[in-house]
Write a protein that binds this ligand. Structure first.
Ligand code: FES
Ligand SMILES: [Fe+2]
Length: 397
Protein backbone atom coordinates (compact mmCIF):
# COMPACT_ATOMS: atom_id res chain seq x y z
CA UNK A 1 0.00 0.00 0.00
CA UNK A 2 1.26 3.43 -0.88
CA UNK A 3 2.00 5.64 2.11
CA UNK A 4 -0.01 8.29 0.38
CA UNK A 5 -3.23 6.40 1.03
CA UNK A 6 -2.45 5.55 4.64
CA UNK A 7 -4.22 6.90 7.75
CA UNK A 8 -7.38 8.12 6.03
CA UNK A 9 -9.92 6.90 3.51
CA UNK A 10 -9.46 9.91 1.28
CA UNK A 11 -7.92 8.96 -2.07
CA UNK A 12 -4.98 11.29 -1.78
CA UNK A 13 -3.40 9.87 -4.94
CA UNK A 14 -6.24 11.24 -7.02
CA UNK A 15 -6.01 14.79 -5.74
CA UNK A 16 -3.98 17.52 -7.40
CA UNK A 17 -0.91 18.07 -5.23
CA UNK A 18 -2.02 21.67 -4.74
CA UNK A 19 -5.02 20.46 -2.73
CA UNK A 20 -3.36 18.82 0.25
CA UNK A 21 -0.20 19.11 2.30
CA UNK A 22 2.04 16.50 3.85
CA UNK A 23 1.75 16.96 7.62
CA UNK A 24 5.49 16.42 7.96
CA UNK A 25 5.81 20.11 7.10
CA UNK A 26 4.40 20.80 10.56
CA UNK A 27 6.77 18.58 12.51
CA UNK A 28 10.02 18.17 10.61
CA UNK A 29 13.12 19.87 11.98
CA UNK A 30 14.56 19.87 8.46
CA UNK A 31 11.55 21.79 7.11
CA UNK A 32 11.68 24.18 10.07
CA UNK A 33 15.34 24.96 9.37
CA UNK A 34 14.66 25.50 5.67
CA UNK A 35 11.82 27.91 6.52
CA UNK A 36 14.05 29.88 8.87
CA UNK A 37 16.72 30.13 6.18
CA UNK A 38 14.59 30.76 3.09
CA UNK A 39 11.56 32.62 4.49
CA UNK A 40 12.18 34.31 7.83
CA UNK A 41 15.75 35.33 6.93
CA UNK A 42 14.64 36.73 3.58
CA UNK A 43 11.25 38.46 3.78
CA UNK A 44 10.10 41.61 5.57
CA UNK A 45 8.99 40.60 9.04
CA UNK A 46 6.56 42.71 11.07
CA UNK A 47 8.06 43.25 14.53
CA UNK A 48 6.03 45.93 16.31
CA UNK A 49 4.13 49.17 15.88
CA UNK A 50 5.74 52.58 15.88
CA UNK A 51 3.55 53.55 18.83
CA UNK A 52 5.24 50.88 20.97
CA UNK A 53 8.54 52.75 20.70
CA UNK A 54 7.02 56.22 20.75
CA UNK A 55 9.58 58.01 22.94
CA UNK A 56 13.31 58.53 22.49
CA UNK A 57 15.19 55.52 23.95
CA UNK A 58 12.08 53.29 23.93
CA UNK A 59 12.97 49.75 22.91
CA UNK A 60 11.40 46.38 22.26
CA UNK A 61 13.04 43.02 21.80
CA UNK A 62 12.07 40.25 19.43
CA UNK A 63 13.57 37.34 17.49
CA UNK A 64 13.63 36.86 13.74
CA UNK A 65 14.91 33.60 12.27
CA UNK A 66 16.63 32.85 15.57
CA UNK A 67 18.40 36.24 15.64
CA UNK A 68 17.56 38.28 18.76
CA UNK A 69 16.83 41.90 17.84
CA UNK A 70 16.49 45.22 19.63
CA UNK A 71 14.07 47.69 18.05
CA UNK A 72 15.00 51.08 19.47
CA UNK A 73 14.19 54.74 18.85
CA UNK A 74 17.24 56.99 18.87
CA UNK A 75 17.61 60.65 19.89
CA UNK A 76 17.27 61.48 16.17
CA UNK A 77 13.77 59.84 16.36
CA UNK A 78 14.89 57.10 13.95
CA UNK A 79 13.81 53.57 14.76
CA UNK A 80 16.64 51.09 14.27
CA UNK A 81 16.88 47.32 14.45
CA UNK A 82 20.08 46.11 16.13
CA UNK A 83 21.27 42.59 16.74
CA UNK A 84 20.74 41.98 20.46
CA UNK A 85 24.05 40.24 21.04
CA UNK A 86 27.22 41.67 22.53
CA UNK A 87 30.08 42.07 20.05
CA UNK A 88 32.55 40.74 22.63
CA UNK A 89 31.48 37.17 23.28
CA UNK A 90 27.88 37.14 22.18
CA UNK A 91 25.88 37.52 25.39
CA UNK A 92 22.29 38.60 24.79
CA UNK A 93 22.27 42.21 25.88
CA UNK A 94 18.63 42.86 26.74
CA UNK A 95 16.21 40.32 28.17
CA UNK A 96 13.17 42.52 28.78
CA UNK A 97 10.37 42.58 26.19
CA UNK A 98 10.21 46.37 26.27
CA UNK A 99 11.53 49.40 28.14
CA UNK A 100 13.38 52.70 27.92
CA UNK A 101 17.16 52.94 28.24
CA UNK A 102 19.88 55.42 27.30
CA UNK A 103 22.45 52.67 26.89
CA UNK A 104 22.76 48.91 26.92
CA UNK A 105 25.42 47.47 29.18
CA UNK A 106 26.43 43.85 28.81
CA UNK A 107 26.29 42.02 32.12
CA UNK A 108 29.30 39.82 31.38
CA UNK A 109 32.35 42.09 30.91
CA UNK A 110 30.46 45.42 30.82
CA UNK A 111 30.93 46.44 27.20
CA UNK A 112 28.37 49.20 26.67
CA UNK A 113 26.43 50.43 23.63
CA UNK A 114 24.32 53.52 22.92
CA UNK A 115 20.81 53.35 21.41
CA UNK A 116 22.25 53.62 17.89
CA UNK A 117 24.29 50.49 18.55
CA UNK A 118 27.61 52.32 18.85
CA UNK A 119 30.02 50.76 21.33
CA UNK A 120 30.76 53.49 23.88
CA UNK A 121 32.71 51.68 26.55
CA UNK A 122 35.10 48.74 26.76
CA UNK A 123 36.60 48.27 30.21
CA UNK A 124 40.43 48.27 30.05
CA UNK A 125 40.29 48.69 26.30
CA UNK A 126 44.05 49.23 25.93
CA UNK A 127 44.69 45.48 26.07
CA UNK A 128 43.22 45.22 22.56
CA UNK A 129 45.76 47.63 21.09
CA UNK A 130 48.07 44.78 20.11
CA UNK A 131 45.43 43.43 17.70
CA UNK A 132 44.28 46.92 16.67
CA UNK A 133 40.69 46.58 17.85
CA UNK A 134 38.95 49.66 19.18
CA UNK A 135 35.41 50.69 20.09
CA UNK A 136 34.68 52.09 16.64
CA UNK A 137 34.69 48.56 15.18
CA UNK A 138 32.63 47.00 17.96
CA UNK A 139 29.13 48.39 17.46
CA UNK A 140 26.04 46.22 17.29
CA UNK A 141 25.13 45.03 13.82
CA UNK A 142 22.24 46.98 12.36
CA UNK A 143 19.66 45.23 10.19
CA UNK A 144 17.26 46.80 7.74
CA UNK A 145 14.21 48.41 9.26
CA UNK A 146 11.39 50.20 7.43
CA UNK A 147 8.04 51.57 8.52
CA UNK A 148 4.75 51.83 6.66
CA UNK A 149 1.51 53.08 8.18
CA UNK A 150 3.08 52.93 11.63
CA UNK A 151 3.99 49.25 11.23
CA UNK A 152 7.66 48.43 11.80
CA UNK A 153 9.20 45.69 9.65
CA UNK A 154 12.75 44.35 9.58
CA UNK A 155 14.62 42.31 7.00
CA UNK A 156 17.77 40.28 7.72
CA UNK A 157 18.62 40.20 4.02
CA UNK A 158 20.64 43.23 2.91
CA UNK A 159 19.75 42.47 -0.70
CA UNK A 160 15.97 42.27 -0.29
CA UNK A 161 13.81 44.69 -2.27
CA UNK A 162 12.26 47.61 -0.30
CA UNK A 163 9.33 47.02 2.04
CA UNK A 164 6.92 48.93 -0.19
CA UNK A 165 7.65 46.58 -3.07
CA UNK A 166 7.23 43.53 -0.84
CA UNK A 167 3.86 44.68 0.52
CA UNK A 168 2.70 45.31 -3.06
CA UNK A 169 -0.06 47.71 -2.03
CA UNK A 170 -1.79 45.31 0.35
CA UNK A 171 -2.04 47.86 3.18
CA UNK A 172 -4.48 49.78 0.95
CA UNK A 173 -7.13 47.50 2.47
CA UNK A 174 -6.87 49.80 5.50
CA UNK A 175 -6.09 53.13 3.78
CA UNK A 176 -9.21 54.84 5.08
CA UNK A 177 -8.60 53.57 8.61
CA UNK A 178 -4.95 54.70 8.64
CA UNK A 179 -5.87 58.02 6.98
CA UNK A 180 -8.64 58.67 9.48
CA UNK A 181 -6.65 58.64 12.73
CA UNK A 182 -3.31 57.89 14.32
CA UNK A 183 -3.58 54.43 15.81
CA UNK A 184 -1.70 53.08 18.80
CA UNK A 185 -1.32 49.73 20.50
CA UNK A 186 -3.46 49.52 23.63
CA UNK A 187 -3.31 45.77 24.07
CA UNK A 188 -0.40 43.32 23.85
CA UNK A 189 -0.20 39.74 24.96
CA UNK A 190 1.76 36.76 23.78
CA UNK A 191 1.31 33.04 24.13
CA UNK A 192 3.36 29.94 23.31
CA UNK A 193 1.14 27.48 21.51
CA UNK A 194 2.02 23.90 20.78
CA UNK A 195 1.37 24.39 17.11
CA UNK A 196 3.30 25.13 13.98
CA UNK A 197 3.32 28.76 12.83
CA UNK A 198 1.69 27.73 9.54
CA UNK A 199 -1.29 26.30 11.38
CA UNK A 200 -1.89 29.63 13.04
CA UNK A 201 -1.57 31.46 9.76
CA UNK A 202 -3.97 29.00 8.13
CA UNK A 203 -6.47 29.66 10.89
CA UNK A 204 -6.13 33.35 10.16
CA UNK A 205 -6.80 32.71 6.47
CA UNK A 206 -9.28 29.93 5.84
CA UNK A 207 -12.76 30.98 6.90
CA UNK A 208 -14.25 27.49 6.72
CA UNK A 209 -13.05 27.13 10.30
CA UNK A 210 -15.50 29.79 11.48
CA UNK A 211 -17.87 26.93 12.22
CA UNK A 212 -15.59 26.48 15.26
CA UNK A 213 -16.82 29.69 16.87
CA UNK A 214 -20.28 29.90 18.44
CA UNK A 215 -20.00 33.66 18.27
CA UNK A 216 -19.23 33.68 14.54
CA UNK A 217 -22.00 31.20 13.80
CA UNK A 218 -24.47 33.51 15.52
CA UNK A 219 -23.33 36.91 14.33
CA UNK A 220 -21.61 36.42 10.96
CA UNK A 221 -22.60 33.18 9.30
CA UNK A 222 -26.32 33.89 9.57
CA UNK A 223 -25.91 36.70 7.03
CA UNK A 224 -26.73 35.38 3.51
CA UNK A 225 -23.96 37.63 2.14
CA UNK A 226 -21.42 35.94 4.41
CA UNK A 227 -20.74 33.10 1.95
CA UNK A 228 -20.62 35.39 -1.09
CA UNK A 229 -17.53 37.40 -0.20
CA UNK A 230 -14.59 37.05 -2.55
CA UNK A 231 -10.90 36.50 -1.79
CA UNK A 232 -8.37 38.75 -3.50
CA UNK A 233 -4.66 38.03 -3.83
CA UNK A 234 -1.87 40.60 -3.84
CA UNK A 235 1.59 39.72 -5.16
CA UNK A 236 4.00 37.96 -2.74
CA UNK A 237 1.31 35.89 -1.02
CA UNK A 238 -0.71 38.61 0.72
CA UNK A 239 -4.45 38.07 0.80
CA UNK A 240 -7.71 39.81 1.65
CA UNK A 241 -11.41 38.99 1.61
CA UNK A 242 -14.34 41.33 0.99
CA UNK A 243 -15.61 43.05 4.15
CA UNK A 244 -18.68 42.00 6.10
CA UNK A 245 -21.11 43.71 8.44
CA UNK A 246 -21.34 41.59 11.59
CA UNK A 247 -24.72 41.32 13.27
CA UNK A 248 -23.66 41.83 16.85
CA UNK A 249 -27.23 42.59 17.83
CA UNK A 250 -27.83 38.82 17.60
CA UNK A 251 -25.50 38.36 20.53
CA UNK A 252 -26.81 38.44 24.06
CA UNK A 253 -25.69 41.55 25.97
CA UNK A 254 -24.44 43.23 22.81
CA UNK A 255 -23.47 46.89 23.19
CA UNK A 256 -23.46 49.57 20.53
CA UNK A 257 -19.97 50.40 19.31
CA UNK A 258 -21.27 53.11 17.00
CA UNK A 259 -19.41 55.95 18.71
CA UNK A 260 -16.04 54.19 18.91
CA UNK A 261 -15.95 52.55 15.51
CA UNK A 262 -12.56 53.15 13.88
CA UNK A 263 -12.52 55.81 11.15
CA UNK A 264 -13.27 54.63 7.62
CA UNK A 265 -15.31 51.65 8.78
CA UNK A 266 -19.04 51.17 8.61
CA UNK A 267 -20.76 50.29 11.84
CA UNK A 268 -19.84 46.71 12.83
CA UNK A 269 -17.69 46.23 9.74
CA UNK A 270 -15.15 43.41 9.59
CA UNK A 271 -12.04 43.40 7.39
CA UNK A 272 -9.16 40.99 7.06
CA UNK A 273 -5.68 41.18 5.57
CA UNK A 274 -3.07 38.43 5.75
CA UNK A 275 0.53 39.37 5.01
CA UNK A 276 2.89 36.55 4.06
CA UNK A 277 4.30 34.79 5.91
CA UNK A 278 2.98 35.28 9.42
CA UNK A 279 0.95 38.45 9.94
CA UNK A 280 -2.77 39.10 10.15
CA UNK A 281 -4.49 42.49 10.35
CA UNK A 282 -8.05 41.86 11.39
CA UNK A 283 -10.40 44.74 11.96
CA UNK A 284 -13.68 44.37 13.78
CA UNK A 285 -15.34 47.77 13.99
CA UNK A 286 -13.73 48.96 17.21
CA UNK A 287 -10.28 47.38 17.07
CA UNK A 288 -7.50 46.59 14.62
CA UNK A 289 -5.97 43.30 15.76
CA UNK A 290 -2.49 42.35 14.56
CA UNK A 291 -1.10 38.84 15.04
CA UNK A 292 2.52 38.00 14.37
CA UNK A 293 4.52 34.90 15.05
CA UNK A 294 7.91 33.75 16.25
CA UNK A 295 8.40 30.09 15.31
CA UNK A 296 10.33 28.43 18.15
CA UNK A 297 10.56 24.82 16.97
CA UNK A 298 8.51 22.43 14.86
CA UNK A 299 5.12 22.38 16.57
CA UNK A 300 5.93 25.29 18.90
CA UNK A 301 5.24 28.96 18.22
CA UNK A 302 5.22 32.20 20.16
CA UNK A 303 2.26 34.22 18.95
CA UNK A 304 1.99 37.93 19.70
CA UNK A 305 -1.38 39.65 19.74
CA UNK A 306 -1.90 43.39 19.52
CA UNK A 307 -5.00 45.55 19.65
CA UNK A 308 -4.90 49.05 18.18
CA UNK A 309 -7.23 51.98 18.87
CA UNK A 310 -7.21 55.72 18.35
CA UNK A 311 -4.24 57.56 19.79
CA UNK A 312 -5.14 60.17 22.39
CA UNK A 313 -8.81 59.22 22.61
CA UNK A 314 -10.73 60.12 25.81
CA UNK A 315 -10.19 57.75 28.72
CA UNK A 316 -13.82 56.66 28.80
CA UNK A 317 -13.76 55.71 25.12
CA UNK A 318 -10.49 53.83 25.58
CA UNK A 319 -11.99 51.94 28.50
CA UNK A 320 -14.94 50.79 26.37
CA UNK A 321 -12.63 49.86 23.51
CA UNK A 322 -10.49 47.74 25.83
CA UNK A 323 -13.58 45.94 27.17
CA UNK A 324 -14.93 45.36 23.69
CA UNK A 325 -11.60 43.98 22.52
CA UNK A 326 -11.16 41.74 25.57
CA UNK A 327 -14.61 40.24 25.14
CA UNK A 328 -13.72 38.84 21.72
CA UNK A 329 -9.97 38.79 21.24
CA UNK A 330 -8.52 38.93 24.73
CA UNK A 331 -6.82 35.80 26.13
CA UNK A 332 -10.16 34.78 27.66
CA UNK A 333 -12.37 36.22 24.92
CA UNK A 334 -15.25 34.52 23.14
CA UNK A 335 -13.31 33.94 19.94
CA UNK A 336 -9.51 33.82 20.23
CA UNK A 337 -8.96 30.92 22.69
CA UNK A 338 -11.03 28.60 20.48
CA UNK A 339 -8.56 29.04 17.62
CA UNK A 340 -5.69 28.12 19.96
CA UNK A 341 -7.52 25.04 21.16
CA UNK A 342 -8.15 23.83 17.59
CA UNK A 343 -4.57 24.52 16.46
CA UNK A 344 -3.09 22.59 19.39
CA UNK A 345 -5.42 19.62 18.93
CA UNK A 346 -4.51 19.55 15.28
CA UNK A 347 -0.81 19.48 16.13
CA UNK A 348 -1.24 16.41 18.36
CA UNK A 349 -1.91 14.19 15.35
CA UNK A 350 0.41 15.71 12.76
CA UNK A 351 2.52 13.16 10.94
CA UNK A 352 1.19 10.42 13.26
CA UNK A 353 -2.53 9.65 13.04
CA UNK A 354 -2.91 12.32 10.39
CA UNK A 355 -0.56 12.15 7.44
CA UNK A 356 -2.07 14.72 5.10
CA UNK A 357 -4.24 17.82 5.48
CA UNK A 358 -6.90 18.66 2.96
CA UNK A 359 -7.30 22.08 1.35
CA UNK A 360 -9.51 21.13 -1.56
CA UNK A 361 -12.56 23.36 -1.15
CA UNK A 362 -13.36 25.14 -4.40
CA UNK A 363 -16.08 27.79 -4.33
CA UNK A 364 -14.99 30.21 -7.02
CA UNK A 365 -12.78 32.03 -4.47
CA UNK A 366 -15.76 32.82 -2.27
CA UNK A 367 -15.59 33.06 1.53
CA UNK A 368 -14.99 29.41 2.42
CA UNK A 369 -12.93 28.45 -0.62
CA UNK A 370 -9.49 27.10 0.38
CA UNK A 371 -7.98 29.43 -2.23
CA UNK A 372 -6.10 31.59 0.34
CA UNK A 373 -4.29 28.66 1.95
CA UNK A 374 -3.50 27.08 -1.40
CA UNK A 375 -1.97 30.41 -2.41
CA UNK A 376 -0.10 30.57 0.90
CA UNK A 377 1.51 27.19 0.20
CA UNK A 378 2.41 28.17 -3.38
CA UNK A 379 4.30 31.14 -1.91
CA UNK A 380 5.82 28.88 0.77
CA UNK A 381 7.02 26.51 -1.99
CA UNK A 382 8.44 29.39 -4.01
CA UNK A 383 10.62 30.35 -1.05
CA UNK A 384 11.54 26.97 0.38
CA UNK A 385 11.95 25.05 -2.88
CA UNK A 386 9.97 22.22 -1.27
CA UNK A 387 6.73 20.64 -2.39
CA UNK A 388 4.15 20.95 0.42
CA UNK A 389 2.41 17.75 -0.67
CA UNK A 390 5.57 15.60 -0.46
CA UNK A 391 7.57 17.38 2.15
CA UNK A 392 10.52 15.31 3.10
CA UNK A 393 10.96 11.60 2.41
CA UNK A 394 8.40 10.93 -0.29
CA UNK A 395 9.37 13.47 -2.90
CA UNK A 396 8.66 11.07 -5.74
CA UNK A 397 6.71 7.82 -5.59
S1 FES B 1 30.13 39.15 26.34
FE1 FES B 1 29.45 41.18 26.53
S2 FES B 1 31.05 42.17 27.51
FE2 FES B 1 31.77 40.18 27.28
FE1 LIG C 1 -10.95 31.68 14.29
Amino acid sequence: MSNRTAYSNIFWDRLPKTHYVDNQIFCSQEVFDIEQRTIFSKVWKFVCCESEVAQINDFRTTTVAGIPLLIVRGPDLMIRALVNSCSHRGVKLVEETAGNARKFECLFHRWTYDVRGKCIDIPREEAYECVKIDKAQCGLKQVRCEIMRGLVFVNLDDNASPLEEYLAGCLSVYDDVFDGADLEVFHFHEQVLNTDWKHWQETNMELYHEFLHVLNRKTSMIDPGYFERKWHAFPNGHMTVDPLIIQYEKMQGSVSREDFTLPGLKSNEFRLLDIFPDVMLNCRASVLRIDTQIPLAPGKTLIQFRGLGIKGEPEEMRHRRIRDHAEFWGPFGRNLPEDGLAAERQTETMGKASKYSLMAREENRLTQDDFPIREFYREWERHTGLCAAFAVEEKQE
